[in-house]
Design a binder for this molecule. Structure first.
Ligand code: F6P
Length: 362
């Protein structure tokens, strides 16, 4: 059998920084092995087209200078397109999955590299029939850092840098007006992005969905802070019993009611952009290299994972079994594997020991 492989690559879920680094390094490494690379455009949107929306990727159309730019040259998909959730809602999930399977099979790939988050990987685990006849290597990317069994995901570090930059600028205005800014971090149900950026920017308080907090204690902490201005970072998944609305707005209302002058701020998708940091590029390059070795070794249903600075593959079954499984609200029978800030996360103690209110951590 010839060693010349034809591999596919696609980006699914939300965009982030570092996707292009993986794509460019995969193309580079595949070319060195004499393999060809087919890029599927628009994630599952492109795969749903018949034939799939795919192009051959080369060193010419994926130049190295592209690899520092956020987003994905292959695109991640559009809100209006058919997807797993819509197909489930419309009762056409089996037909949807069958079409993805057929179009993927028609591409005649040896292996597909799927760059996606915990949602995409959980779907890949739940709908294995989609990948019949093709091997699957997943590369975890997400700014939320909610993927179990890896020390790092592509995009997180740049997002933490972006959020830190945002707060670093905002605090100058806060100081000028003796005011507080309540900044809402992305992250879904995981507080890691808020925690990391909060420690980096020196936030006065960091609120995460995983850790119970007490509004009175938060108010007292702010009133006793050494400055009359500062940053409170609130993860978007934070809720407050008896209140509704965006997390930052809810907290800002409570602070205002207690006489603390404050505004809610939303960096939103700015967190997903930004030139890819060195850390994210190194993770992306390590994961691309690891994925190529996995393909050489004929591995399938694996995910690349960082452990103590090294990249290795782990079975997708392990990713799924080690996460906290939560049912998908839209797709019956499908569960998503999640990771959260653990109570023994050393950064929690760093934040608290250096004066940040992080909730009622023992
Ligand atoms: O999962 C990445 C993420 O940016 C979350 O942090 C955020 O809740 C969500 O995606 C936003 O999604 P959208 O771009 O569809 O609004």
């Amino acid at each position: 059998m010839s060693n010349k492989k034809r591999i596919g690559i696609m980006t699914t879920g939300g965009d982030c920084s570092g996707l292009n680094t993986v794509i460019q390094r995969v193309v580079r490494g595949a070319g060195m092995r004499g393999w060809s690379v087919i890029g599927i455009r628009g994630g599952t949107d492109g795969l749903y087209c018949t034939p799939a929306d795919a192009i051959e990727l080369t060193n010419e159309n994926t130049p190295v200078e592209l690899s520092r730019i956020s987003g994905s040259v292959l695109h991640n998909g559009s809100d209006g397109a058919m997807n797993f959730e819509k197909a489930a809602t419309q009762g056409i999930l089996p037909e949807y999955v069958e079409r993805l399977h057929k179009n993927l099979a028609d591409l005649n790939l040896d292996t597909l590299i799927l760059i996606g988050g915990n949602g995409s990987m959980s779907l890949a685990w739940s709908f294995k029939e989609m990948y019949t006849g093709v091997k699957l290597v997943c590369v975890p990317k997400t700014i939320d850092m909610d993927v179990p069994l890896t020390d790092a995901t592509i995009g997180f570090n740049t997002a933490a840098q972006q959020l830190t930059n945002f707060c670093d600028q905002l605090i100058l205005s806060a100081r000028s007006h003796h005011r507080w800014f309540v900044v809402q971090a992305m992250g879904r149900d995981c507080g890691k992005l808020a925690l990391e950026a909060g420690v980096a920017t020196g936030a006065t308080a960091i609120l995460m969905p995983e850790i119970k907090f007490n509004v009175e204690n938060l108010i007292e902490h702010i009133k006793n802070a050494p400055t009359d201005y500062g940053i409170v970072i609130v993860s978007e998944g934070v809720s407050l019993r008896g209140h509704s609305g965006k997390a930052a707005e809810m907290i800002a209302r409570q602070l205002s009611a207690a006489g603390i002058v404050c505004r809610a701020e939303y960096p939103e998708h700015f967190q997903r952009a930004g030139d890819t940091t060195v850390t994210d590029r190194v993770i992306a390059a390590s994961m691309a290299d690891c994925a190529l070795h996995a393909i050489e070794n004929n591995e399938t249903y694996v995910m690349t994972a960082m452990e103590n600075g090294e990249c290795k593959t782990i079975a997708l079954a392990e990713f799924f079994n080690h996460g906290d499984l939560i049912p998908d609200p839209h797709i019956p029978g499908v569960q998503t594997s999640n990771a959260y800030v653990e109570p023994d996360d050393p950064l929690l103690h760093v934040a608290r020991d250096l004066g940040a209110y992080i909730g009622e951590v023992k």
